[in-house]
Write a protein that binds this ligand. Structure first.
Ligand code: M6R
Length: 605
């Protein structure tokens, strides 16, 4: 992923672009650049490194212009370097482009353009766009971009400006997202809404094969053939404050602490206690469709797939329907067999993950319905699914997903309860009891957060270890996977997750005093089994930290440290067990001095 931002309006363009890029850094941060135009020229500044490095560079050598483009990069073609940083230019330097995505036929295009005399200066696929626009340019940037698009294959969100067609930004989308913010006398184009919030709440989301031609009077929307497109202008309810740290040292920490509210917000309006019902009409999927569903297929990537694995237990236990969980990156390439009575649930925080979107597209029309669980209003996955249940988590800026994970669990519990209701699985009293317990979760998460100091102490004790094992069973096995993912992603410590019962089939050989284990042992149906698993670890001199019921005094003698969890019904323990694991990963990373919100992308030069 990369982040794109563009601005035309009365404000000082460079600060607007820099602020926008900072909010897009979760999409990539190995190099960054801006180009500003005005007064008959275009000026560029590009650096290897983060937006902070770009800001420093611009502080040393300021550039000015009336409008411009910015980019923060996550390298795909060509290593992170100043030369490969966007914006990229044509042979003349008068045409500038930024791009998010991959031009699949760039090698063929590059060979052809080189033969025609174009001189390439970078290893990127993006540079071909600048030369293609140059080749087709005869005074109108809009027409040149459209002609260039006709030759490009792959996935791209593009922004372009040209000296010889001043006062105009042309933006186009085929795949990755592009949002246009319509302010008062100003327009901002961006990869997501976060940079737009400071300027306006009115936005239009470009669809695939759509362009926006923006000048001082605002945007015009067209398709790739040049036909005008009528766009719906939407109002976004997120506030600009939501994309600030608000006193926390890192976004990840702020987002961990937001979880009680996020769970409350995701439940809000979706439960009628009077009627004893979960309300899923807002998804747009009729109750009869839910009633006739006989199976679920959950598709997602990364943290969202871990939430999906827990959702599988919810669906099986609460609604009595079987569920499979699939990595979108695998599913999309399979000759998968999808039953007509299956509900496909796609989970994606961003709503834009390319593999998840591709898997959704492949599954569409082959199942009873597709339901998106996403945090991003009007994202591609939300738009392309038959129904959508939003996680009301607000913007997640830290790269490590935290609050969106617990919000996804909340939404999946609601889906499972809604399916149970539609199918008449279990009794109304059973469902009401689960709803009541779900409503108690936020307060219990608050209690865990109040004891965060003890987790910080543990992090201090364990920060020097190089390997960790995360162990769980049943509904907490996916929580172990999520805990291990958090630790390796941000701290670069090797962490592996295992289902407790699998230890004896080989991995137990790894255990010694250099490999501490984080074990999830709430009182549930596998409690005794987990106790046996940790006894085996202790017998091999392994150090065990146990996340366990706060009243489980007997366990304390058998482990080295305990993270107490408030009592909750076993099926809902993932909501609680994951929080200390997030805090543990955060604290270790902060103490080791790594960048919590933006894990490394490339070895240091
Ligand atoms: O936006 P998505 O939920 O589709 O993203 C999927 C993964 O890339 C994401 O969950 C990733 O694993 C987390 N950021 C890791 O913390």
């Amino acid at each position: 992923m990369c982040g794109i931002v563009g601005y035309i309006g009365p404000k000082d363009v460079v600060p607007v672009l820099l602020e926008g890029l900072k909010k897009l850094e979760y999409r990539g941060y190995d190099s960054a650049g801006v180009a500003v135009a005005g007064g008959g020229g275009i000026r560029l500044c590009r650096v290897r490194g983060k937006v902070a490095a770009l800001e420093e560079c611009l502080g040393r050598a300021p550039i000015e212009g009336a409008y411009g483009l910015g980019h923060t990069r996550w390298a795909t073609h060509g290593c992170p370097s100043e030369a490969n940083a966007h914006p990229h230019v044509d042979c003349t330097g008068g045409i500038v482009v930024v791009h998010n995505g991959i031009i699949e036929n760039y090698l063929a295009l590059k060979t052809k353009l080189k033969a025609e005399g174009h001189v390439f200066r970078t290893e990127t696929d993006t540079e071909v766009i600048a030369h293609l626009v140059e080749k087709h340019f005869s005074g109108s940037l809009e027409e040149a971009v459209r002609a260039a698009l006709a030759e490009m294959e792959g996935a791209f969100a593009v922004g372009a400006i040209a000296v010889k067609d001043p006062g105009r930004i042309v933006a186009a989308k085929m795949g990755p997202p592009l949002v246009i913010g319509l302010g008062d006398g100003e327009t901002i184009v961006s990869s997501d809404i976060n940079p737009i919030l400071a300027h306006t709440s009115r936005v239009a989301f470009l669809e695939d094969r759509e362009m926006a031609v923006i000048d001082a009077s605002g945007p015009r929307f067209l398709d790739f053939k040049g036909a005008p497109v009528e766009k719906k202008i939407e109002r976004i309810s997120w506030s600009p404050l939501m994309v600030e740290k608000q006193g926390f040292k890192h976004f990840m920490l702020k987002e961990i602490y937001e979880q009680p509210q996020v769970i409350r917000d995701t439940l809000m309006g979706r439960i009628s206690l009077d009627r004893g019902e979960v309300l899923l009409a807002e998804t747009g999927i009729p109750a009869e469709v839910f009633r006739d569903v006989r199976k679920a297929v959950i598709i997602a990537c990364g943290t969202s797939s871990h939430a999906g694995l827990i959702g599988k237990y919810f669906l099986e236990s609460l609604a009595g329907i079987p569920a499979d969980v699939e990595y979108a990156s695998e599913y999309r390439y399979r000759d998968f067999i999808l039953d007509k009575d299956a509900l496909v649930i796609v989970i994606s925080q961003s709503g834009e993950t390319a593999d998840t979107l591709a898997a959704l597209r492949a599954a569409k029309g082959r199942a009873a319905a597709t339901l998106a669980v996403t945090n991003a209003v009007s994202s591609s996955i939300a738009r392309e699914s038959r129904g959508v249940l939003y996680t009301h988590a607000g913007p997640e800026i830290g790269v490590a997903a935290t609050k969106t994970f617990t919000a996804q669990l909340t939404a999946l519990a609601l889906v499972a309860l809604g399916l149970a209701q539609a199918k008449g699985a279990g009794t109304k009293e059973d469902r009401l009891a689960v709803i009541a317990e779900l409503q108690r979760i936020p307060h219990k998460v608050e209690r865990i957060l109040h004891r965060a100091g003890a987790i910080e102490d543990l992090a201090q004790q364990f920060m020097a270890f190089s390997h960790f094992l995360y162990l769980g069973r049943w509904v907490n096995y996916p929580v172990a996977m999520e805990g291990a993912l958090k630790l390796k992603e941000i701290s670069y410590i090797h962490a592996e997750a295992y289902a407790g019962g699998e230890m004896k089939h080989g991995p137990i050989a790894l255990i010694d005093e250099k490999m501490p284990t984080m074990a999830l042992i709430p009182r549930d149906r596998v409690y005794d089994k987990m106790r046996s698993n940790i006894a085996e670890i202790k017998a091999r001199a392994g150090f065990v930290i146990a996340a366990a019921d706060e009243n489980d005094a007997a366990l304390r003698e058998h482990v080295d440290a305990v993270i107490p969890l408030p009592a909750t019904p076993p099926l809902l323990t993932p909501f609680l067990a994951v929080v200390p694991l997030q805090l543990f990963a955060y604290q270790i990373t902060a103490k080791r001095g790594a960048d919590v919100d933006q894990p490394r992308t490339w070895p240091s030069p």
